[in-house]
Ligand binder design. Structure first.
Ligand SMILES: Cc1cc2nc3c(=O)[nH]c(=O)nc-3n(C[C@H](O)[C@H](O)[C@H](O)COP(=O)(O)OP(=O)(O)OC[C@H]3O[C@@H](n4cnc5c(N)ncnc54)[C@H](O)[C@@H]3O)c2cc1C
Length: 413
């Protein structure tokens, strides 16, 4: 007989999350902390490192603090980097720390750290509470009123209360449940390749950036770790590029920079030719009318990728995971209602961030000679604008990024 005073435990809900980068582990953290069992499948053999430094800003900083990882995140903060900005002839027009001068607000607690370091901080935080399965991916998803049946590429099958796609811009979850990627992806024009360089001969905390219209070449070394190479160039039909053929990155980049082989470009192209670990993608956004269907929901880039041009992809992934978890914890028996509330809370915020990426496009990768001339003029004049207090004229284009979403009323800690 049950003792009348014995507390009856509510049933534990089961979530399947696809993708172990930023959004997935963050969601796993919150859900497991509040009584859910979370299985997290990742297609790669381990958490993927790499990538350029990313930013945590505004509300994402508050979320990181609530997760108790803020101090850890700050330990990975990249230091000051003096970037030499070159004109089309390869001559220096300015030297500055682009992030500190133009993008981040150190006084507000913003942090810039290597993407892979943040992914590892989140993995370390959740490795004991979340059931991670690497080398695994969903194969089929069959939604029912009361559960979702899933089969995996390994042949396993299981059922969950909800399924969450946190598997990035090329989300498999989205394709299986919402339709083909081509229905939702908007290419902004450029292709980007990012990789760790073998030997760039760069001193720590230095970098170089070179532009011609429609193309950016950059190498950068933080206070620790290898130098990173970055090339981005606009192509006519980004959707037609085979991103699995990483060798095409070198071929296309060589064509894009043809006739502009200044030393930094030459060095980057030589290194790119020999690297086999590359982040190679179109610069694109995801726009989808609704981020949920039945018991399946999307979070992070799979739902609303803003592109790296916004500088906000990671922050809005972290915030999205927090809001989604908050709504699920408040209404565990009503996932559809929780998903609707999550979307209502952050859709306008992420759409503003997507809009800014389209606008900033002209700063990171100026598209034509006129845009490049104006951008270079701004960078050249920056020290003087700062001295005279006129730097606010620039803020419209740079620090105007929307970083703040009210999380009032969400009590999760
Ligand atoms: C290796 C890498 C390097 C990056 N470099 C940069 C960068 O330099 N600058 C920048 O702004 N952004 C970069 N990004 C993107 C950035 O991480 C995201 O924009 C942002 O942080 C949102 O994260 P997310 O968790 O939603 O998606 P993502 O970070 O894209 O993570 C998606 C995860 O899902 C996994 N996955 C994909 N398909 C499946 C599947 N079928 N089954 C299981 N798992 C799957 C991927 O391996 C990945 O771990 C990079 C992403 C990766 C994966």
């Amino acid at each position: 007989m049950t003792d009348a005073t014995e507390q009856i435990e509510p049933p534990r809900r089961r979530a399947l999350v696809s993708g172990a980068s930023i959004a997935g582990p963050a969601l796993g953290y919150w859900l497991t902390r509040h009584g859910w069992d979370v299985t997290l499948v990742e297609r790669a053999a381990h958490v993927r490192g790499g990538g350029y430094p990313i930013d945590l800003r505004g509300t994402a900083v508050q979320v990181a603090k609530r997760m108790g990882i803020y101090d850890d995140v700050r330990r990975h903060q990249v230091g000051h980097r003096s970037t030499r900005i070159l004109n089309q002839a390869g001559r220096r027009i300015a030297t500055m720390d682009l992030s500190a001068e133009l993008l981040n607000d150190a006084a507000s607690g913003d942090v810039e750290l290597p993407r892979g370091d943040l992914a590892n901080v989140l993995y370390d935080l959740t490795r004991d509470s979340v059931d991670y399965v690497f080398n695994e991916s969903v194969a089929t998803i069959t939604p029912h009123d009361d559960r979702v049946d899933v089969t995996f590429v390994s042949g396993r099958a299981d059922s969950f209360d909800i399924v969450v796609g946190a598997d990035g811009i090329h989300s498999t979850t989205r394709r299986l449940v919402f339709g083909p990627e081509s229905d939702f992806i908007r290419h902004l024009g450029p292709i980007v390749a990012i990789w760790d360089m073998d030997e760039a001969g760069l001193a720590p905390c230095t970098g170089t950036m070179f532009n011609i219209p429609g193309c950016t070449a950059m190498h950068m070394r933080e206070n620790k770790g290898p130098a990173r190479g970055f090339v981005a160039f606009i192509v006519d039909d980004p959707g037609a590029v085979d991103l699995d053929d990483t060798k095409s990155a070198h071929r296309l980049a060589r064509r894009a920079f043809d006739g502009h082989l200044v030393p930094v470009v030459r060095q980057l192209l030589d290194d790119l030719e020999h690297t086999d670990d590359l982040f190679y993608d179109t610069v694109s956004q995801i726009h989808i009318d609704s981020w949920h269907r039945g018991r399946v929901v999307l979070v992070g880039d799979s739902a609303y990728a803003p592109s790296f041009l916004s500088g906000q992809g990671t922050s809005i992934a972290l915030i999205g995971a927090f809001v989604l978890a908050s709504e699920l914890v408040a209404a565990p028996d009503d996932p559809a209602g929780a998903f609707t509330a999550y979307e209502a809370r952050i859709r306008e915020f992420v759409e503003r961030n997507q809009a800014i990426a389209v606008r900033k496009n002209t700063n990171a990768i100026p598209r034509d000679a006129d845009a490049l001339r104006k951008r270079n003029l701004k960078l050249w004049a920056l020290p003087w604008l700062k001295r005279t207090g006129l730097v606010k004229l620039l803020d419209r284009g740079y620090k105007a990024t929307p970083t703040s979403l009210s999380i009032e009323g969400y009590g999760l800690t």
